[in-house]
Design a protein around this ligand. Structure first.
Ligand code: SAH
Ligand code: SF4
Ligand code: F3S
Length: 443
């Protein structure tokens, strides 16, 4: 692919934040290949370093400045090294980043990655691309070219968000809701599958709000898209993340019941169990409505596993509000969860309100996490002696070990021949920890 005059160069890319950034990083690596950039896991060997950043909480943002600072000795040794800040911090902070940290050479927002090769080629001043129009981003490049395709591969189908929860920066960093056309997604899915993907995880900030242009020129729902993708031969499994409770439509519930490739696992954040706080968050649903959605889903797919996200210490949250969050955990019994202390984000409405004391936030987070872990561990232990279907993804930490995931997205380890990578095997679970299961191959 390289012409004779092009020298081989190395790029080091690090992703922070959500799966959408992981996906974007893979695509950046692929787009840089024709320019001669090979990926390296060692930053000291790199000619180009890309930090693909996350702005969701203050800690995530601040980390970037110290990460760039840490690169100073590498840049001193190699003055040609270009340091790029990509992703949501680049979008949110803009050129302020370069003022605060002059080691940064290039800034590129989450919807402008397709401009990166051009920016590197014509590098003379500090190049900055921060436009939020998503349409060009996906025109580019073919997948599977950099050998990074994994057994379980991410595929972004929807970007951005119009929901404006009062705590969240995503609508500002990723822009408006945008759904990719079906034909484009199917062609990318084919490329990923032919490069070895056995599972596709469809990504979007609000993936179940997907409404892309279908092959019949009509608007397709996420369920329509899932059915179409499920027709692709050699694809074994489909999942999607992240969903919003207000978009859990009947056709999606039906797909969980009827589409054999759609795995019985759903990540459905609730954030808080208190109706008062949900209102202040602009989530536009109540606790009862959320619980009702889960029970309906369980009518359609009785074994469906639910995971969630929680925020504690949102401005105005009282002990009674927090008790409601604990009560929703008991009602739903999440298989896995992510919980965070509320972090005020610049430019979002909730940041302007009177904040909950940080010690109270920490104490509530601890209590919530204890309860969530209790439920998670109980679910893990309930697998002991049972059989499950595991898609093996890669080598485990120990010699001869493989790791994969079962139907419910639980991580399963076992001593299994490497030829099983990419295949689904029946495992009998013999040991259960909070975060992983150990099994023996039955077939
Ligand atoms: N689109 C998804 C969430 C995307 S952000 C949804 O609607 O659920 C991922 C998670 O980060 C959120 O679910 C929330 O739990 C957490 N989060 C977002 N903003 C936050 C903030 N300001 N402080 C703490 N946690 C936050
Ligand atoms: Fe953020 Fe809310 Fe949009 Fe999720 S739905 S990305 S939490 S604004
Ligand atoms: Fe973070 Fe941006 Fe994802 S803020 S969570 S990387 S959309």
């Amino acid at each position: 692919m390289l012409s004779k005059t092009q020298k081989e160069k190395q790029v080091f890319i690090k992703s922070y934040g959500c799966q959408m950034n992981v996906y974007d990083s893979e695509r950046m690596a692929e787009a840089l290949l024709p320019m001669g950039y090979k990926s390296t896991p060692r930053e000291e060997d790199a000619d180009l370093i890309i930090l693909n950043t996350c702005h969701i909480r203050e800690k995530a943002t601040e980390k970037i400045y110290s990460e760039v600072g840490r690169l100073k000795p590498i840049k001193q040794k190699n003055p040609d090294l270009k340091i790029t800040v990509a992703g949501c911090v680049a979008q949110a902070e803009g050129e302020e980043i370069i003022r605060r940290q002059p080691l940064v050479d290039i800034l590129v927002g989450p919807q402008a990655y397709h401009k990166l090769p051009e920016m590197i080629k014509n590098y003379d001043k500090k190049p900055v691309a921060l436009d939020l129009d998503q349409s060009g981003k996906f025109d580019w490049p073919h997948r599977g070219t950099s050998n990074t395709v994994k057994v379980s591969s991410f595929l972004t189908v929807q970007e951005g968000c119009d929901k404006f929860c009062t705590f969240c920066v995503v609508p500002y960093t990723r822009g408006q809701e945008y759904s990719r056309p079906v034909a484009e997604i199917i062609s990318e899915a084919r490329e990923l599958i032919s490069s070895g993907a056995g599972e596709l995880v469809l990504l979007g900030q609000n993936v179940n709000a997907y409404h892309g242009l279908g092959q019949d020129n009509r608007s397709w729902s996420l369920a329509d898209l899932i059915w179409k993708i499920s027709e692709l031969p050699d694809l074994q499994r489909i999942r999607f993340v992240t969903s919003h409770p207000n978009e859990m439509t009947l056709d999606l519930m039906t797909a969980f019941r009827d589409c054999p490739k759609l795995m019985p696992y759903l990540h459905l954040p609730i954030q808080s169990g208190s109706d008062r706080i949900l209102k202040l968050m602009n989530r536009k649903h109540t606790q009862a409505e959320y619980v009702e959605i889960i029970s309906r889903l369980r009518e359609y797919r009785p074994d469906i596993a639910i995971s969630g996200d929680f925020i504690v210490g949102f401005p105005g949250e009282t002990e009674e509000d927090f008790q409601e969050t604990l009560s929703v955990v008991e009602k739903v019994g999440f298989i896995k969860s992510f919980s965070f202390k509320y972090s005020p984000r610049p430019g979002t409405p909730a940041a302007e309100r009177v904040q909950v004391d940080s010690d109270i936030q920490s104490e509530r987070l601890q209590r919530l996490q204890n309860l969530l872990t209790e439920y998670q561990f109980a679910k893990q232990k309930s697998m002991l002696g049972k059989h499950c279907q595991v898609l093996f993804e890669r080598d485990g930490r120990l010699e001869g070990q493989l790791v994969g995931k079962n139907e419910h997205f639980q991580v399963v380890f076992g001593q299994i021949p490497v030829s099983w990578i990419g295949k689904v095997g029946t495992m009998k679970i013999v040991d259960a920890n909070v975060n992983s299961l150990h099994g023996e191959l039955v077939n």
